[in-house]
Structure formats: structure tokens, C-alpha cells
Design a protein around this ligand. Structure first.
Ligand SMILES: [Fe+2]
Ligand SMILES: [Fe+2]
Length: 292
């Protein structure tokens, strides 16, 4: 089964539109970005630029004023923050909606936003040693489940079986994936997509390890935060898609990050309202890479 999955993905996944490939390659290493090149490529793809401006103007980044266009927006917040927003928008649009979709796009987008918001809230409660910045949580939130998007795009009926199994047996989507996909999950599928598109290293790392953060070699603390943020948002998501499954939080992981269960529960409680607010600002449902 797993070999077949990768053959189907190779056959069906869109190749990167040239402008997206240029911007992705340029943003890969945050220390060597040619800002003018990024701006001029984004000016050629107004769909992307407008959505980046929308997020920057949404208040999420607390910029001191509203931006008028993509050039203005990037110069306003600086390339490190803009990099993460641009990457999030780029990767979101790489999977245009196709016919028989299993993943309900609104619920999925809410889960991605929820992962970003919950991880960002968690990162505010812990002292991370390494380089953890809250803006990266947007990118990670939007990209961590790219494997699910790829399955939805290329193998919607397989994904439908996964959802049906989870609902019928009251197991998590993750467990249903392992059973239907022959011992692999969307994290492995996502890793394949990361390699196929040569995604930036920090993003590939999150895609591969967000369910197994202890196995990560790099940015392990940051991955623990994303992992917990994802679990919080998965509880929110699984309730939306009605599998009825609830994920438990490993006390040992909380201890590593110096978090209490009370803090986690408070974030869980606050999440739906915060996601709602961001969702209304970000509604990017109309984006479609085909027209780039
Ligand atoms: Fe995931
Ligand atoms: Fe997730």
C-alpha cells in the first residue's frame, strides 16, 4: 500500500508553479534571502501577495499600521516575519480543491489555524532555549499536516475510508491511518511531499516529526510545543469531524516544557473562540494554484 501511495502522489501532485518555486527556494534559508527578488516574484502573483497583505493587516502580527501592498507589507513587518506568512500562504494554495473531497476544508483550515494559535499560546508559557519565534507557528500550523492535504488531493477515497473507520470504531484518525495505510501516517506522506517539493528544512522537520517529537534531531523543544499545540487543535478538529476521539496529554512532555495541566486546559478552552476570530480574517477558500 505505501509504495502505491507514493506512486500515485508522484503521478498526481501538481508541480510547483515557477514563481512559487523561486520564492520557496529563496525563503529556504532565512539568513540569505534576497528581499527584492521575493517582492518582485510576489508582485507577479497578486493572489499570493494579496493574501499575505491580508494576514499582515489582520492584527495577528501587531504591525504599527496597515500595509497597502505586498512591497509595503514586507518592508513594514520585516522579512523574518513576512517569510513565515508567505510560506504559509504558498503551501496552502498548492493543493487546489478537487472533486470528491473527504476532508472538509473549513474544518481542516480551522485545525491548521488552531495548531498555529495553540502553539503560539503554549510558546508564550514556556522558556525555549533555542530559536523559537511565534511567527513561525503560523507556517508550522498551515504546513504540518501537508500529508493529509496530499492524501485528500491524490487519494480522496482512501482518506474517506480512514475517516469512516475512525467514526465506526471510535478510534483516532491517526490510528485509523495506520490501519488503512499499512503502518504509515500522514506524517510519512508529508515527509515524502517535503522531499518532492524540496521544502525548507525547518518546515520538513515539523511535517515529519509533529506526532513523534522525541525522535527529532533538530529543534526538539519547538517540536514539542507544536506537538502539544497540534494535540489541542486535534481535539478541536476531531470534535468538528465527529469521530468523538479525545487526545490525552503526556504529563512527561508537559514537565519537559515546564507546563502545568491547568495551563494546557486553559488554552484548550480558549481555542475555539480564538480560531473563530482568525478564521474570519484569513478565509482563503478562493485560492487556487491552478490559476497562478
Ligand atoms: Fe498531523
Ligand atoms: Fe494536525
Amino acid at each position: 500500500m505505501s509504495t502505491m501511495i507514493f506512486q500515485v502522489l508522484e503521478r498526481d501532485l501538481p508541480s510547483l508553479p515557477p514563481s512559487v518555486a523561486v520564492v520557496l527556494a529563496e525563503l529556504g534559508d532565512p539568513t540569505t534571502i534576497d528581499v527584492q527578488l521575493v517582492i518582485s516574484e510576489l508582485e507577479k502573483t497578486p493572489q499570493i501577495g494579496e493574501n499575505v497583505v491580508k494576514i499582515i493587516n489582520s492584527g495577528y502580527l501587531k504591525a504599527r499600521r496597515k500595509a497597502d501592498n505586498i512591497r509595503d507589507a514586507i518592508l513594514l513587518v520585516g522579512i523574518p516575519a513576512a517569510r513565515n506568512i508567505i510560506l504559509a500562504v504558498l503551501l496552502k494554495i498548492l493543493f487546489p480543491q478537487r472533486g470528491a473531497q473527504t476532508v472538509e476544508r473549513e474544518a481542516f483550515l480551522r485545525h491548521c489555524i488552531g495548531t498555529a494559535v495553540a502553539s503560539e499560546m503554549l510558546s508564550g508559557c514556556v522558556e525555549l532555549e533555542g530559536d523559537c519565534d511565534r511567527h513561525r507557528m503560523i507556517t508550522y500550523g498551515f504546513t504540518h499536516d501537508i500529508g493529509t492535504l496530499a492524501l485528500d488531493y491524490a487519494m480522496p477515497f482512501t482518506l474517506q475510508r480512514i475517516h469512516a473507520l475512525a467514526k465506526a470504531e471510535g478510534v483516532s484518525l491517526l490510528e485509523a491511518e495506520v490501519r488503512v495505510l499499512d503502518n504509515i501516517t500522514h506524517a510519512t506522506v508529508g515527509e515524502w511531499v517535503s522531499n518532492y517539493w524540496d521544502l525548507p528544512r525547518d518546515i520538513s522537520n515539523v511535517i515529519k516529526y509533529h506526532h513523534t517529537p522525541r525522535q527529532a534531531q533538530e529543534n526538539r523543544e519547538e517540536l514539542l510545543v507544536i506537538h502539544l499545540g497540534d494535540l489541542l487543535s486535534m481535539n478541536y478538529y476531531e470534535a468538528m469531524v465527529a469521530t468523538g476521539h479525545t487526545y490525552k496529554f503526556d504529563p512527561a512532555l508537559l514537565e519537559i516544557l515546564g507546563l502545568t495541566m491547568k495551563q494546557v486546559e486553559e488554552i484548550q478552552e480558549a481555542l475555539p473562540e480564538k480560531v473563530d476570530r482568525v478564521y474570519k480574517v484569513l478565509d482563503m477558500g478562493g485560492l487556487d494554484a491552478v490559476s497562478l
